[in-house]
Design a protein around this ligand. Structure first.
Ligand code: HPA
Length: 273
C-alpha cells in the first residue's frame, strides 16, 4: 500500500504543478455550504477534482468539487472546495488524499473549516468557533497503515495540533472587527446519520463543544507533517436533542449561507496572521 499511495500522491502533485501550482503558502479546506469563499481568489486556476489523478469525484450537496489556486491578500492560496467525507468513500486513504497532496506541495499552513452541530449551549448557531483541540470518535485513524516516513513519524505527538499562538491572534483580530469567536473542542463522528440525543450528552460529558463528520482526518495528516493548523467550525445547528426538533442537512446549508460574510472575514484574517 505504501508504494502505491506514494505514487498516487506524486502523480496528483505533479499534475497540479503542470497545471501551474507553485508551492502554495496556505491550503483552505472549505466545509459544507462555505465553498463560495473560493471566489475571493484572484487570477484563479480552477481545476475540477475529476481532472486530478486519484481525486475521488464523490459529490455532496453544498460542495463544488474543485481545487482553486491563485492569489489572495498577496499570498498563494489553494482552496479545496469540496472534501471527501469518510462516510462517502469508506476509506481514510481517500478521505485525506487531498490533504496528503497539499503536504507534498509544501503548503505551510492548513485552514480547515467545517459546519458543525453545536453541543455547548453557551454558544449560538451562526457563530464561528476556533478549534482548540479535537476528539476523534470516527473509530479509525488516517495514519493506520505503512507510515510515510518522508512526511512524519510513526507516532506523531498530538499535544499542539491547533497552534495556540495563531488562535490568540485570530481571536484578537476578529474581536477588533467586532466578531466574537467561540473556542472549543471539535468531536468527529463518522456520520452520515446525525447523532442521537444520548450521543450528544456523551460528547458534552467528555468535553466536546461541537460535533461534525470531517476535519479531524485532515488535521491528523497536516499535524503528522508538522504543518500549522487553524480549525474553524461554523456552528450551523444546535446538536440533536438540545432543541425539540429534528435536524436537517438543509438547516446546515442555510446557516452556512447566512454566516458567509463573517466566515470570509475570519478566514481572511487566518491567512494573514
Ligand atoms: N452533527 C454532525 N455533523 C454536523 C452537524 C451535526 O449536528 N451539523 C453539521 N454537521
Amino acid at each position: 500500500m505504501g508504494e502505491s499511495l506514494r505514487n498516487k500522491i506524486k502523480e496528483a502533485s505533479e499534475y497540479l504543478r503542470r497545471r501551474g501550482l507553485e508551492e502554495p503558502e496556505t491550503a483552505i479546506i472549505l466545509g459544507s455550504g462555505l465553498n463560495n469563499y473560493a471566489d475571493r481568489i484572484k487570477n484563479a486556476i480552477i481545476i475540477p477534482y475529476s481532472d486530478i489523478p486519484h481525486f475521488n469525484i464523490g459529490k455532496v450537496e453544498g460542495h463544488r468539487g474543485q481545487l482553486i489556486y491563485g492569489e489572495h491578500q498577496g499570498k498563494k492560496i489553494v482552496c479545496l472546495a469540496g472534501r471527501f467525507h469518510y462516510y462517502e468513500c469508506n476509506s481514510m486513504e481517500q478521505t485525506v488524499f487531498p490533504a496528503r497532496v497539499m503536504v507534498e506541495m509544501k503548503v505551510k499552513r492548513f485552514i480547515i473549516t467545517n459546519a458543525a452541530g453545536c453541543v455547548n449551549t453557551d454558544f449560538e448557531t451562526g457563530q464561528l468557533m476556533i478549534i482548540s483541540d479535537h476528539i476523534n470518535l470516527s473509530g479509525t485513524n488516517p495514519l493506520i497503515g505503512e507510515n510515510l516516513e518522508e512526511y512524519g513519524y510513526r507516532f506523531p505527538d498530538m499535544t499542539y495540533v491547533y497552534d495556540a499562538r495563531l488562535r490568540e491572534k485570530l481571536k484578537k483580530e476578529a474581536a477588533d472587527r467586532g466578531i466574537e469567536l467561540a473556542e472549543g473542542v471539535y468531536t468527529m463522528m463518522s456520520g452520515p446519520s446525525f447523532e442521537t440525543p444520548a450521543e450528544i450528552r456523551y460528547i458534552r460529558a467528555i468535553g466536546g463543544d461541537c460535533v461534525g463528520m470531517s476535519s479531524v482526518p485532515e488535521a491528523i495528516i497536516a499535524n503528522h507533517a508538522g504543518k500549522e493548523i487553524i480549525g474553524i467550525s461554523l456552528l450551523s445547528n444546535m446538536a440533536a436533542g438540545i432543541l425539540d426538533k429534528p435536524l436537517s442537512g438543509a438547516e446546515v446549508t442555510e446557516t452556512a449561507k447566512g454566516a458567509e460574510k463573517t466566515f470570509a472575514q475570519v478566514v481572511d484574517i487566518a491567512i494573514k496572521i
